[in-house]
Design a protein around this ligand. Sequence first.
Ligand SMILES: NS(=O)(=O)c1ccc(C(=O)NCc2ccc(F)cc2)cc1
Ligand SMILES: [Zn+2]
Length: 262
Amino acid sequence: ACSSKYVLSQMHPMWQGPLAVPGGDRQSPIDIVVRKSVLDTELKPLLTKYDPQTCQQIWNNGYSFLVEYDDTTDKSTLKGGPLQDKFRLCQFHFHWGESNAWGSEHTLDRRLFPAELHLVHWNSDKYSLFEEAVMEENGLAVIGVFLKVGKRHEGLQKLVDALPAIRHKDSVVEFTRFDPACLLPTNTNDYWTYHGSLTTPPLTESVSWIVMKQHIEVSHDQLAVFRSLLFTSAEEEVQKSMVNNFRVQQPLCGRTVRSSFS
Ligand SMILES: NS(=O)(=O)c1ccc(C(=O)NCc2ccc(F)cc2)cc1
Ligand SMILES: [Zn+2]
């Protein structure tokens, strides 16, 4: 699939049909084969500086639910890691399954997690808008964090409590003073990084992926509330549960996954 000019992304319930992606030799998500990742001693610790005051709203976009941040200033940023520039946080969202057996987009040696958090940032040193950066090779940086079912995540509960208000596609509610740092694992020094793409249309190959080695724990009940969301809008007759909103894995096409730890 790497050699062909177009990569047909799989038929996926979310997208109702194949979608040709130009190029297609650095698509995401992927399976991270841990023993094939290459230690890069040049990789730095991640430096996140998130201001909870920049949190604005939470909404259901019909694929996932997004918590959106004011990215008109450099108040919430990501630097360091594999990155040369400063990246602004614009939103975070999740991917999950209909059961706890699967749901993550990336996997570690084929191991699936029940869900995965994506913190989306764009290169504000080089570009002035997300829409600009998303088309460029070094435009985006997404931090991926695996979720496991276990103890209740206190910081997540404020977000879980807001979900019933955005059950349907295109519903939005005000959501403020949420610090996304509470969703990061305690250890942010250990991660894998590779060059990939958005995992939903337009699937542009502009993402520096940073996948954390340490997962976070959320309770079974918290994850069940994610599954109470709907893909469909209030007007539609048939309501479809928002579950399995992940993309199938893509070929590595000779890419190297680097690790910040051995
Ligand atoms: N799952 S993921 O982290 O890879 C991911 C992150 C962001 C987006 C996104 O912003 N899409 C809308 C969009 C895309 C391009 C634009 F130009 C404008 C909006 C899609 C997928
Ligand atoms: Zn995502």
